[in-house]
Design a binder for this molecule. Structure first.
Ligand SMILES: NC(=O)c1ccc[n+]([C@@H]2O[C@H](COP(=O)([O-])OP(=O)(O)OC[C@H]3O[C@@H](n4cnc5c(N)ncnc54)[C@H](OP(=O)(O)O)[C@@H]3O)[C@@H](O)[C@H]2O)c1
Length: 270
Protein backbone atom coordinates (compact mmCIF):
# COMPACT_ATOMS: atom_id res chain seq x y z
CA UNK A 1 0.00 0.00 0.00
CA UNK A 2 1.10 3.58 -0.51
CA UNK A 3 0.43 6.72 1.54
CA UNK A 4 -0.31 8.99 -1.40
CA UNK A 5 -2.18 8.84 -4.68
CA UNK A 6 0.25 8.93 -7.60
CA UNK A 7 -1.85 8.32 -10.72
CA UNK A 8 -1.89 11.42 -12.91
CA UNK A 9 -4.91 11.08 -15.20
CA UNK A 10 -8.68 11.56 -15.31
CA UNK A 11 -10.63 8.67 -13.79
CA UNK A 12 -14.17 7.67 -14.75
CA UNK A 13 -16.28 5.40 -12.56
CA UNK A 14 -19.43 3.76 -13.92
CA UNK A 15 -21.69 2.67 -11.03
CA UNK A 16 -21.65 4.21 -7.57
CA UNK A 17 -23.53 1.59 -5.54
CA UNK A 18 -22.09 -0.27 -2.55
CA UNK A 19 -18.65 -0.96 -3.97
CA UNK A 20 -18.49 2.18 -6.16
CA UNK A 21 -19.27 4.35 -3.11
CA UNK A 22 -16.58 2.57 -1.09
CA UNK A 23 -14.06 3.30 -3.88
CA UNK A 24 -15.05 6.97 -3.96
CA UNK A 25 -14.71 7.28 -0.16
CA UNK A 26 -11.30 5.59 -0.29
CA UNK A 27 -10.00 7.85 -3.08
CA UNK A 28 -11.28 11.00 -1.38
CA UNK A 29 -9.51 9.95 1.83
CA UNK A 30 -6.18 9.30 0.07
CA UNK A 31 -3.71 12.21 0.28
CA UNK A 32 -2.84 13.56 -3.17
CA UNK A 33 -6.06 12.35 -4.83
CA UNK A 34 -7.44 15.12 -7.07
CA UNK A 35 -11.23 14.93 -6.89
CA UNK A 36 -11.58 17.30 -9.85
CA UNK A 37 -10.14 14.53 -12.04
CA UNK A 38 -12.91 12.10 -11.04
CA UNK A 39 -15.99 11.60 -13.21
CA UNK A 40 -18.85 9.47 -11.93
CA UNK A 41 -21.58 7.96 -14.08
CA UNK A 42 -24.56 6.97 -11.91
CA UNK A 43 -28.32 7.00 -12.39
CA UNK A 44 -29.16 8.34 -8.92
CA UNK A 45 -27.31 10.68 -6.58
CA UNK A 46 -25.97 8.99 -3.46
CA UNK A 47 -24.13 10.30 -0.42
CA UNK A 48 -20.87 9.25 -2.14
CA UNK A 49 -21.73 11.18 -5.34
CA UNK A 50 -22.70 14.21 -3.19
CA UNK A 51 -19.42 14.00 -1.29
CA UNK A 52 -17.42 13.64 -4.53
CA UNK A 53 -19.29 16.54 -6.17
CA UNK A 54 -18.59 18.77 -3.17
CA UNK A 55 -14.89 17.88 -3.49
CA UNK A 56 -14.87 18.88 -7.20
CA UNK A 57 -15.80 15.69 -9.10
CA UNK A 58 -18.07 15.72 -12.18
CA UNK A 59 -21.25 13.67 -11.99
CA UNK A 60 -22.60 12.26 -15.27
CA UNK A 61 -20.01 13.91 -17.56
CA UNK A 62 -20.67 14.79 -21.20
CA UNK A 63 -18.86 12.74 -23.90
CA UNK A 64 -16.54 15.75 -24.34
CA UNK A 65 -15.56 15.58 -20.65
CA UNK A 66 -14.61 11.89 -21.04
CA UNK A 67 -11.89 12.62 -23.62
CA UNK A 68 -9.07 12.92 -21.04
CA UNK A 69 -9.96 9.73 -19.18
CA UNK A 70 -6.94 7.48 -18.65
CA UNK A 71 -8.80 4.81 -16.69
CA UNK A 72 -12.43 3.72 -16.76
CA UNK A 73 -13.64 1.72 -13.75
CA UNK A 74 -16.63 -0.61 -14.14
CA UNK A 75 -18.52 -1.08 -10.83
CA UNK A 76 -21.98 -1.96 -12.11
CA UNK A 77 -23.84 -5.23 -11.67
CA UNK A 78 -22.77 -7.88 -14.19
CA UNK A 79 -26.34 -8.07 -15.57
CA UNK A 80 -26.24 -4.47 -16.92
CA UNK A 81 -22.58 -3.96 -17.78
CA UNK A 82 -22.91 -3.95 -21.58
CA UNK A 83 -25.66 -1.32 -21.73
CA UNK A 84 -23.97 0.82 -19.03
CA UNK A 85 -20.60 0.73 -20.82
CA UNK A 86 -21.82 1.14 -24.40
CA UNK A 87 -22.16 4.99 -24.45
CA UNK A 88 -18.56 5.38 -23.21
CA UNK A 89 -16.71 2.60 -25.05
CA UNK A 90 -15.93 4.83 -28.03
CA UNK A 91 -15.47 8.24 -26.40
CA UNK A 92 -12.56 7.36 -24.08
CA UNK A 93 -9.05 7.65 -25.57
CA UNK A 94 -7.64 4.73 -27.57
CA UNK A 95 -4.96 4.11 -24.94
CA UNK A 96 -7.26 4.30 -21.88
CA UNK A 97 -7.17 1.36 -19.47
CA UNK A 98 -10.39 -0.31 -18.30
CA UNK A 99 -10.50 -1.69 -14.73
CA UNK A 100 -13.39 -3.99 -13.86
CA UNK A 101 -14.38 -4.85 -10.29
CA UNK A 102 -17.35 -6.91 -11.51
CA UNK A 103 -17.54 -10.50 -10.35
CA UNK A 104 -17.89 -13.11 -13.05
CA UNK A 105 -17.50 -10.99 -16.23
CA UNK A 106 -14.59 -12.38 -18.27
CA UNK A 107 -11.71 -10.11 -19.25
CA UNK A 108 -11.91 -11.07 -22.93
CA UNK A 109 -15.59 -10.09 -23.11
CA UNK A 110 -14.79 -6.65 -21.64
CA UNK A 111 -11.77 -6.20 -23.95
CA UNK A 112 -13.94 -6.91 -27.00
CA UNK A 113 -16.59 -4.44 -25.80
CA UNK A 114 -13.98 -1.65 -25.44
CA UNK A 115 -12.34 -2.10 -28.85
CA UNK A 116 -9.31 -4.05 -27.59
CA UNK A 117 -8.20 -1.51 -24.97
CA UNK A 118 -6.11 -2.97 -22.11
CA UNK A 119 -8.28 -4.40 -19.31
CA UNK A 120 -7.53 -5.35 -15.68
CA UNK A 121 -9.86 -7.24 -13.36
CA UNK A 122 -9.80 -6.61 -9.61
CA UNK A 123 -11.72 -8.06 -6.66
CA UNK A 124 -11.54 -5.43 -3.89
CA UNK A 125 -13.14 -5.57 -0.45
CA UNK A 126 -15.41 -2.72 0.65
CA UNK A 127 -12.85 -1.79 3.36
CA UNK A 128 -11.25 0.29 0.56
CA UNK A 129 -13.58 2.98 1.99
CA UNK A 130 -11.41 3.07 5.15
CA UNK A 131 -8.20 2.57 3.09
CA UNK A 132 -7.90 -0.87 4.69
CA UNK A 133 -8.91 -2.98 1.70
CA UNK A 134 -7.29 -5.81 -0.18
CA UNK A 135 -7.72 -6.49 -3.89
CA UNK A 136 -6.74 -9.43 -6.08
CA UNK A 137 -5.61 -8.16 -9.51
CA UNK A 138 -5.32 -9.97 -12.83
CA UNK A 139 -4.37 -8.66 -16.24
CA UNK A 140 -2.24 -10.10 -19.03
CA UNK A 141 -1.29 -6.49 -19.96
CA UNK A 142 1.58 -4.77 -18.12
CA UNK A 143 0.22 -1.23 -18.61
CA UNK A 144 -3.23 -2.26 -17.31
CA UNK A 145 -1.59 -3.90 -14.28
CA UNK A 146 0.50 -0.80 -13.53
CA UNK A 147 -2.35 1.70 -13.92
CA UNK A 148 -4.84 -0.43 -11.95
CA UNK A 149 -2.28 -0.95 -9.17
CA UNK A 150 -1.65 2.80 -8.93
CA UNK A 151 -5.41 3.40 -8.81
CA UNK A 152 -5.99 1.02 -5.89
CA UNK A 153 -2.79 0.89 -3.86
CA UNK A 154 -3.60 3.95 -1.71
CA UNK A 155 -6.62 2.12 -0.28
CA UNK A 156 -5.87 -1.59 -0.68
CA UNK A 157 -3.10 -4.13 -0.61
CA UNK A 158 -3.07 -5.04 -4.31
CA UNK A 159 -2.22 -8.73 -4.74
CA UNK A 160 -1.21 -9.69 -8.31
CA UNK A 161 -2.60 -13.03 -9.56
CA UNK A 162 -1.11 -15.13 -12.37
CA UNK A 163 -4.38 -16.32 -13.93
CA UNK A 164 -7.90 -14.95 -14.29
CA UNK A 165 -9.46 -18.04 -12.68
CA UNK A 166 -7.54 -17.25 -9.46
CA UNK A 167 -9.89 -14.29 -8.90
CA UNK A 168 -12.44 -16.83 -7.59
CA UNK A 169 -10.26 -18.18 -4.74
CA UNK A 170 -9.12 -14.57 -4.09
CA UNK A 171 -12.79 -13.69 -3.57
CA UNK A 172 -13.19 -16.62 -1.15
CA UNK A 173 -10.06 -15.81 0.86
CA UNK A 174 -10.48 -12.01 0.92
CA UNK A 175 -13.81 -10.69 -0.41
CA UNK A 176 -16.08 -13.10 1.47
CA UNK A 177 -13.70 -13.90 4.31
CA UNK A 178 -14.47 -10.93 6.60
CA UNK A 179 -17.95 -12.47 6.99
CA UNK A 180 -16.36 -15.85 7.80
CA UNK A 181 -14.22 -14.16 10.46
CA UNK A 182 -17.29 -12.37 11.92
CA UNK A 183 -19.10 -15.72 12.08
CA UNK A 184 -16.16 -17.19 14.04
CA UNK A 185 -16.14 -14.17 16.38
CA UNK A 186 -19.88 -14.63 16.92
CA UNK A 187 -19.24 -18.30 17.79
CA UNK A 188 -16.51 -17.21 20.24
CA UNK A 189 -18.97 -14.86 21.95
CA UNK A 190 -21.50 -17.70 22.28
CA UNK A 191 -18.79 -19.94 23.71
CA UNK A 192 -18.01 -17.19 26.24
CA UNK A 193 -21.69 -17.06 27.19
CA UNK A 194 -21.67 -20.83 27.71
CA UNK A 195 -18.82 -20.26 30.17
CA UNK A 196 -20.90 -17.77 32.15
CA UNK A 197 -20.36 -14.35 30.50
CA UNK A 198 -23.43 -12.14 30.03
CA UNK A 199 -24.37 -11.77 26.31
CA UNK A 200 -23.36 -8.07 26.15
CA UNK A 201 -20.04 -8.66 27.83
CA UNK A 202 -19.34 -11.70 25.63
CA UNK A 203 -19.99 -9.71 22.42
CA UNK A 204 -17.92 -6.72 23.58
CA UNK A 205 -15.02 -8.95 24.51
CA UNK A 206 -15.21 -10.89 21.24
CA UNK A 207 -15.37 -7.68 19.14
CA UNK A 208 -12.41 -6.38 21.10
CA UNK A 209 -10.55 -9.59 20.27
CA UNK A 210 -11.25 -8.96 16.56
CA UNK A 211 -9.86 -5.41 16.80
CA UNK A 212 -6.84 -6.64 18.71
CA UNK A 213 -6.19 -9.41 16.18
CA UNK A 214 -6.30 -6.91 13.28
CA UNK A 215 -4.00 -4.48 15.12
CA UNK A 216 -1.56 -7.32 15.82
CA UNK A 217 -0.82 -7.82 12.11
CA UNK A 218 -1.29 -4.23 10.90
CA UNK A 219 2.46 -3.71 10.64
CA UNK A 220 2.78 -6.60 8.18
CA UNK A 221 3.92 -9.19 10.77
CA UNK A 222 3.63 -12.81 9.68
CA UNK A 223 0.64 -14.74 11.00
CA UNK A 224 3.03 -17.30 12.55
CA UNK A 225 4.85 -14.56 14.51
CA UNK A 226 1.54 -13.05 15.60
CA UNK A 227 0.39 -16.43 16.95
CA UNK A 228 3.70 -17.13 18.68
CA UNK A 229 3.63 -13.72 20.38
CA UNK A 230 0.39 -14.63 22.15
CA UNK A 231 0.71 -18.40 22.62
CA UNK A 232 3.28 -19.00 25.34
CA UNK A 233 4.29 -22.60 25.96
CA UNK A 234 1.93 -24.40 28.31
CA UNK A 235 -0.42 -21.40 28.51
CA UNK A 236 -4.15 -20.84 27.92
CA UNK A 237 -3.79 -19.76 24.25
CA UNK A 238 -1.71 -22.84 23.42
CA UNK A 239 -4.41 -25.02 25.03
CA UNK A 240 -7.08 -23.31 22.89
CA UNK A 241 -5.00 -23.62 19.71
CA UNK A 242 -4.39 -27.31 20.36
CA UNK A 243 -8.15 -27.80 20.76
CA UNK A 244 -8.76 -25.92 17.47
CA UNK A 245 -6.37 -28.26 15.70
CA UNK A 246 -7.96 -31.49 16.94
CA UNK A 247 -9.13 -33.37 13.81
CA UNK A 248 -8.04 -30.34 11.74
CA UNK A 249 -11.20 -28.54 12.91
CA UNK A 250 -10.15 -24.95 12.05
CA UNK A 251 -8.56 -25.97 8.74
CA UNK A 252 -11.61 -28.03 7.81
CA UNK A 253 -14.01 -25.16 8.51
CA UNK A 254 -11.84 -22.70 6.50
CA UNK A 255 -11.50 -25.12 3.58
CA UNK A 256 -15.25 -25.77 3.52
CA UNK A 257 -16.07 -22.04 3.54
CA UNK A 258 -13.53 -21.08 0.83
CA UNK A 259 -14.43 -24.07 -1.39
CA UNK A 260 -18.13 -23.25 -1.20
CA UNK A 261 -17.47 -19.57 -2.04
CA UNK A 262 -15.24 -20.54 -5.01
CA UNK A 263 -17.82 -23.04 -6.30
CA UNK A 264 -20.54 -20.36 -6.09
CA UNK A 265 -18.35 -17.76 -7.88
CA UNK A 266 -17.70 -20.26 -10.72
CA UNK A 267 -21.38 -21.07 -10.89
CA UNK A 268 -22.35 -17.37 -11.10
CA UNK A 269 -19.86 -16.65 -13.89
CA UNK A 270 -21.28 -19.39 -16.15
N1 LIG B 1 -20.32 -5.15 -2.90
C1 LIG B 1 -19.15 -5.76 -2.81
O1 LIG B 1 -18.62 -6.04 -1.71
C2 LIG B 1 -18.38 -6.15 -4.05
C3 LIG B 1 -17.08 -6.67 -3.92
C4 LIG B 1 -16.36 -7.01 -5.08
C5 LIG B 1 -16.95 -6.83 -6.33
N2 LIG B 1 -18.22 -6.34 -6.42
C6 LIG B 1 -18.75 -6.13 -7.78
O2 LIG B 1 -19.00 -4.75 -7.93
C7 LIG B 1 -20.09 -4.56 -8.82
C8 LIG B 1 -21.09 -3.64 -8.17
O3 LIG B 1 -21.58 -4.27 -6.98
P1 LIG B 1 -22.35 -3.45 -5.87
O4 LIG B 1 -22.49 -4.35 -4.71
O5 LIG B 1 -21.70 -2.12 -5.71
O6 LIG B 1 -23.77 -3.29 -6.61
P2 LIG B 1 -24.81 -2.11 -6.49
O7 LIG B 1 -24.82 -1.60 -5.09
O8 LIG B 1 -26.08 -2.61 -7.08
O9 LIG B 1 -24.16 -0.98 -7.39
C9 LIG B 1 -24.29 -0.92 -8.79
C10 LIG B 1 -24.61 0.53 -9.11
O10 LIG B 1 -24.57 0.73 -10.52
C11 LIG B 1 -25.70 1.51 -10.86
N3 LIG B 1 -26.08 1.38 -12.28
C12 LIG B 1 -26.88 0.44 -12.85
N4 LIG B 1 -26.99 0.68 -14.18
C13 LIG B 1 -26.25 1.77 -14.44
C14 LIG B 1 -25.98 2.51 -15.63
N5 LIG B 1 -26.50 2.16 -16.81
N6 LIG B 1 -25.16 3.58 -15.53
C15 LIG B 1 -24.63 3.94 -14.36
N7 LIG B 1 -24.87 3.29 -13.20
C16 LIG B 1 -25.66 2.22 -13.24
C17 LIG B 1 -26.78 1.01 -9.95
O11 LIG B 1 -27.84 1.92 -9.91
P3 LIG B 1 -29.34 1.33 -9.62
O12 LIG B 1 -29.36 0.92 -8.19
O13 LIG B 1 -30.18 2.48 -9.94
O14 LIG B 1 -29.53 0.17 -10.56
C18 LIG B 1 -26.01 0.92 -8.63
O15 LIG B 1 -25.94 2.13 -7.95
C19 LIG B 1 -20.69 -5.94 -9.10
O16 LIG B 1 -20.32 -6.31 -10.41
C20 LIG B 1 -20.07 -6.83 -8.07
O17 LIG B 1 -19.82 -8.10 -8.59
C21 LIG B 1 -18.94 -5.99 -5.32
Amino acid sequence: MTDTFTLDTDIALIGCGRLGSALVEGWLATPGFKADRLKIIEQYETSATDQAKAAGATINPSPEQMKGVGILVLAIKPAVWREALQPFADVIPEDAVVASVMAGVRLDDIRKAVGGRPVARLMPTTAVAQRQGVAGLYSPDQKARDVATALFEGMADVVPLEAEDLLDPATGVAGSAPAFVYAFIQALARAGEAEGLKPDAAVRLARGALRSAAAGVSGGQSLEDAIERIASKGGTTRAGLDALEVDGGAARAATAAVSAAVAKARDLSR
